[in-house]
Design a protein around this ligand. Structure first.
Ligand SMILES: [Zn+2]
Length: 51
């Protein structure tokens, strides 16, 4: 797999579990639209891999 400059990651709010897909690199992690808490990276999205 070729290294990509951008990668999509799932971020999750530690408080309300709200999740959002963001594309890295980005200046800062987004805040949860519901409780304004700084969201953290949940996991890297891996194509072809399902839950
Ligand atoms: Zn939240």
């Amino acid at each position: 797999m070729e290294p990509a400059k951008k990668e999509s990651v799932e971020v999750i709010c530690p408080r309300c579990r709200y999740t959002q897909i963001v594309t890295l690199p980005m200046d800062d992690l987004p805040r949860c639209p519901q409780c304004k808490t700084r969201m953290s990276i949940s996991e890297l999205l891996d194509e072809g891999k399902s839950y």
